[in-house]
Design a protein around this ligand. Structure first.
Ligand code: ADP
Ligand code: MG
Length: 711
């Protein structure tokens, strides 16, 4: 969506680029239709922005004999010497034996056999590009890209651009080479037609190619360096406009939305800080509290994301911020996704404030009706200063006298709609602080939450021992049970976690129950007590079992991922994760965060099967190597890509043509800095050299829904 808007704008600046694609020489109506349908190319401008995804260096080929030594993609030059169709069961494939003088390799296709066969007949000598895979002693390349040697040689010097294509496109001549041909029709017409979109100082500072030069070079680069510079320039532009948009949007929401002004840092805050705080705040906690203080005193509405790894001390930050609200005569609330967590917050906060004259209350789904009534009245009269709770806080009947700030813990469990309901609680919206223990890599945070303010607690309270993490298989089972026994003998508690149970997943349920059986056999009553918690239990039963563990009555908690978020049992020192290969990295990290909360050495044991895929191996290695949530998040981003991490909710932002949020982190940062700088210098884009930028942004902002009010 955003991308389309950007390109729409870019094209409208000159008519040539909005010319329908069928009018380009060599295209015509029939081929135009297929370009529209299969490649989304409607206009000259679309074609210009149909960028090659790699380049072929025509001078560089690998030998088939060297393939075992190579890693990743290879480019080979040779001949197909024989063709055969093979069927294994229902699956048919076409195999071509390909030789280059040094050896031979199979090229394999699982579909399009007829078309490939006819194509190969016309290609005596060809260039093949793909990723070889080993099957026993033999190597093959599935669905390679192919190109006639003769076509490569026609073009003198330079790199050859390679474009994405597909069967239907190729059938009408739009092989990579076909794209190259039509692009070469277009490029000469562009001389002096492409307007610059970036201001001169940015071009100068970053030594960027002009827009025109970049667009020409990205399609037909004279050399490697220019290809790289062209890509850099266009990626930067793409990300720069995205960041400008996010920052502009932030400016607009801030201007529109006045907030409760919480200027006083008074009695309660200071009394707590000086007399009741049981330990020194960490530097990171101080920094974050300061950021929030400045924000809520400004008279503008705060919508801030607080990121801090598990155990970094977010609750205390939340409490101190709520005290500022109380100091200013306002109320505060903190909302957690489960009853257990809400109760935990309530207990923690009561404990912190036990010698102070502040009224803290708890409201959850299981609060009795009679108690509820009293709570509602005390909230309305302003008697209650701080309210802890679950979704129950969002119900219509819950009315405050003056809600100054709402804190939401563990945001991933709350839907967008729920969060936005907090807004209706006051005339002036309460400040919103969303706390998450799932670190988001900076590039993603800047992109997805680019219009929010972000605070990060990047330091752990002192004295924490790093959790030791081991990867083990079934053969170590007995030793692990012995280890658990030793820990329990020391008075510690143990979690054993199984993959998620869903109604349909009978296997998971079976595994969990089998596991539970073998654990209760190994750790029998009356000496040991074992809790079990899973999604099929009634909420009351779940709650009861959890409480047994929280209170230290049971030694072992066998559970599914329901315990993933937030639970604090400092006495638990071992986390065993069964079938750990089935969990994602951030989930593993969250689970591990349930231990290591006390002073004792804690352990995380990742149990897996013997056969592991490459990604699973990478996840387990990362877990054993580091406890740093941000490092883990970076690896996660590399393994999964931004789409999987952020979900599809804001996938419009992923519609980037060139940039890759997991690989182009530095460019994202650069774009962010330059956008920030430009807005600081010329917030309304009044300078002459910023006119085209202003037009662009106006268009983008006007035609997009506003999702910035909800984190
Ligand atoms: P999380 O960020 O995961 O919500 P918590 O707020 O539950 O972390 O804090 C984890 C533990 O660290 C708690 O037991 C808390 O009392 C303790 N803690 C918080 N801040 C500090 C500090 N500055 N020094 C020592 N311990 C702290
Ligand atoms: Mg917490």
């Amino acid at each position: 969506m955003l991308c389309n808007l950007i390109s729409e704008f870019l094209y409208s600046m000159n008519d040539l680029l909005s010319t329908p694609i069928e009018y380009l020489k060599g295209v015509g109506p029939q081929r135009g239709a297929i370009l529209r349908k299969e490649a989304g190319i409607y206009t000259f401008g679309d074609l210009l922005h149909y960028f090659p995804f790699r380049y072929v260096d025509k001078t560089s080929f690998q030998k088939i004999a060297d393939i075992p030594k190579t890693d990743g993609f290879v480019q080979l030059k040779g001949k197909v010497v024989s063709l055969r169709e093979v069927a294994t069961g229902r699956i048919k494939r076409l195999e071509a034996k390909f030789e280059d003088g040094s050896g031979s390799i199979d090229l394999v296709w699982f579909k399009g056999a007829k078309w490939i066969k006819s194509k190969l007949q016309n290609l005596p000598e060809l260039i093949v590009y793909g990723k070889p895979k080993q099957f026993g002693p033999k190597w093959n390349i599935a669905h390679p890209e192919m190109e006639a040697v003769s076509s490569m040689q026609e073009q003198a010097g330079g790199l050859q651009a390679v474009y994405h294509s597909g069967e239907k496109l190729q059938a009408l001549g739009f092989t990579s080479r076909g794209f190259e041909n039509i692009v070469s029709q277009l490029l000469p017409q562009l001389k002096n037609q492409i307007e610059e979109t970036l201001p001169p100082d940015i071009l100068g500072d970053l030594n960027l190619l002009s827009k025109e030069k970049a667009l020409l070079e990205i399609h037909a680069p004279q050399n490697n360096e220019l290809a790289k510079r062209a890509q850099f320039r266009l990626k930067f532009e793409e990300l720069f406009f995205l960041q400008l948009e996010l920052l502009m949007r932030k400016q607009i929401t801030q201007k529109k939305l006045k907030g409760v002004k919480l200027t006083r840092v008074g009695e309660y805050f200071n009394d707590f800080y000086n007399n009741h705080l049981p330990y020194e705040l960490t530097g990171a906690q101080k920094k974050v509290i300061k950021e929030i203080r400045v924000d809520i005193a400004s008279g503008m509405h705060m919508n801030r994301l607080l990121q801090g790894d598990v155990g970094s001390g977010k609750t205390l930050v939340a409490l101190m911020v709520m005290l500022i609200a109380v100091d200013n005569g306002y109320q505060a609330c903190i909302m957690a996704p489960t009853e257990i967590l809400a109760t935990q917050h309530y207990n923690t906060i009561c404990e912190f404030l036990k010698n102070m004259d502040i009224k803290v209350e708890l409201l959850t789904g299981s609060t009795k009706q009679s108690k509820r009534k009293i709570l509602h009245e005390q909230l309305k009269s302003g008697e209650i200063n701080i309210l802890c709770g679950t979704h129950a806080l969002l119900e219509k009947v819950v009315e405050y006298k003056d809600l100054g700030i709402a804190i939401i813990d563990e945001q991933h469990r709350f839907g967008v709609a729920q969060r936005s309901r907090l807004w209706t609680k006051n005339d002036l919206p309460p400040h919103v602080l969303v706390m998450t223990a799932t670190p988001i890599p900076r590039t993603l945070a800047l992109t997805f939450y680019g219009d929010l303010d972000i605070s990060v607690i990047d330091e752990m309270p002192p004295g924490r021992k790093a959790i030791q993490t081991w990867h083990k298989t079934e053969s170590s089972r007995l030793k692990i049970f012995q280890f658990l026994e030793n820990e329990i003998a020391k008075g510690r508690q143990v979690y054993i976690v199984y993959p998620l149970i869903q109604e349909s997943e009978k296997m998971d349920y079976q595994n969990l129950m089998d596991g539970y059986d073998s654990i209760t056999r190994r750790f029998p009553l009356p000496k040991y007590r074992v809790s079990i918690v899973h999604g099929q239990l009634k909420p009351e039963v779940k709650e009861y079992e959890m409480q047994q563990f929280v209170k230290g009555i049971t030694n072992i908690m066998v559970a599914t991922t329901v315990i993933e978020v937030g639970v604090n049992v400092p006495n638990a020192s071992v986390m065993v994760i069964e079938s750990a290969e089935r969990f994602g990295l951030s989930q593993l990290h969250q689970l591990r965060g349930r231990v290591g909360r006390g002073a004792d050495q804690s352990y995380c044991i990742l149990m897996t099967g013997y056969k592991l895929g490459q990604d699973a191996k990478a996840r387990l290695e990362t877990m054993c190597e580091t406890n740093d949530g941000f490092k883990i998040a970076e690896v996660d981003l590399r393994l999964r890509g931004p789409g999987d991490i952020m979900g599809t909710q804001q996938s419009g932002l992923l519609n980037l043509r060139l940039s890759d949020l997991s690989r182009d982190a530095q460019i994202v940062q650069l774009a962010r800095d330059k956008a920030r700088d430009l807005i600081d210098r010329d917030p309304k884009f009044e300078m002459k050299e910023h006119q085209n930028i202003a037009n662009e942004l106006r268009k983008i902002l006007k035609s997009k829904p506003n999702w910035s009010r909800i984190s």
